[in-house]
Write a protein that binds this ligand. Sequence first.
Ligand SMILES: Cc1ncc(COP(=O)(O)O)c(C=O)c1O
Length: 496
Amino acid sequence: MTLEADTLDRPLPAPERKAIDAPSISGGHGLARPHLLGVEDAKAMALPAMRETFAVHINPGQLHFMKLLGFDKIKVERAEGMHYVDQNGRRILDFFGGFGSLAFGHNHPRLIAARKRFQDEQRHEIAIAFMSQYAAALAKNLATISPGDLDMVFLGSSGSEAMEAAVKLAERAAPAGRKTIAYAENSFHGKTKGVLAVTDGALYRADFAVTGNTVRIPFGDIAAVEGLFKARPDVGVIVLETVQGGGGIITAPTEYWQKLRALCNAHGVIWVADEVQCGYGRTGRFYAFEHHGVVPDITALAKSLGGGKAAVGAMIASRKLYMQAYGTPKTAMIHAQATFGGMGEACVTAIEALNTLYDDALIDNAADTGAYLIDRLDALKAKHPTLLKDVRGQGFMVGLEFHDLSQTLPAMLRPVVAMLDDKLKGSLPGFIGSHLLADHGVLVAFTEYNRNVIRLEPPLICTRVDVDQFIAALDEVMGRGVSRIVADFVKRQVRA
Ligand SMILES: Cc1ncc(COP(=O)(O)O)c(C=O)c1O
């Protein structure tokens, strides 16, 4: 949302602190017990206190956007399957899906049961001192699912951590003099300091000193890859999302991936495929690269790997490269699991989740119901061509690109408003997303780089009935036409 683009640089005023104050209690040993909220206090926190706490302690700027979109009026009390349930008992259909983290929807009963059993049996969590049978089983499952010799598994707790591990392994395995890493325009691989070097967001990179051994190329342009490999023998690694998520659901054809594999083989370049968002069955195959009949040297998963209940990320690497990088007792600890890598309950959740993924044929559902979703969206595009510019993606990883605001207006107004298009980018998807939530109880996701794109990443349990509900809602909102979409948004802001 960029409606107030001119004001975005100004710091927000400090919020008044009243809703979250509470009495302090003194404890033993002469130390004043700090006033701490309890779990029940947290559950009972009312919206004003939540807003205030978010502004005072978490992120005031982010709250600003939540307010614009009306997201700050929702307190989620429960979540089950495809839905959040808010403070008024209203069910919100989740087509955002935590950017792909909710393959099983919310609180899948089979995953909860596995976690409860694990707790009741008082199993151990930290996997540093002794080998963990749970980490071992999860690693074995991931190696079984992964094609080729993608056999070595590093477990962490986020996508960024998995990608850090992937890029570090590739850099170590690359021969001396070949440590330069190629990455793509509009890429997103995480915001931790290491992977910022291959994440292409000027805003995210800000003034941080990112590592110097990188080179940027356009995504999906095989001639650019070939030219780079020929001209720069120092390039030993290439890092690519198989489907660009933050870029606005951008794919490349099979021909591109097959030539990329061949070029990497010919030039001895290590290919790292980031499947954090597009992997785990979302596109209709476990890995998106499997659509193209190719196998990368290293890949990474996260998001739904923890079944929407646990924070789990994994790097899966070719055994040959792994051994080159960390295969001796001396090198083994250079990048071994961190404190929370391979935690017991997280691994057990991930094991149960993988079994559920196949038992419930959720990857097939992503392919079939995803195709149905895209068909219905194509029909909406034909019905609302002045608003919806493009529908793209595969399975349940779908991008809806809207026109720049100027292009949705009568021809005579276009040239004037076009001057503002850059500043207004993201406004139309913002208005539409806000109406979907307020008027239809439907949640969608916005997009980092191409802000004209709404992302749809519903849980893989999504049915045709859910799709029909979503389509009816989007049809109604787009049917209002651009002037009413804007006017209704402004009215809601005035009322707020
Ligand atoms: C493709 C990709 N890689 C890496 C990440 C980073 O994952 P995380 O937010 O779990 O650190 C993301 C997150 O959105 C992603 O989409």
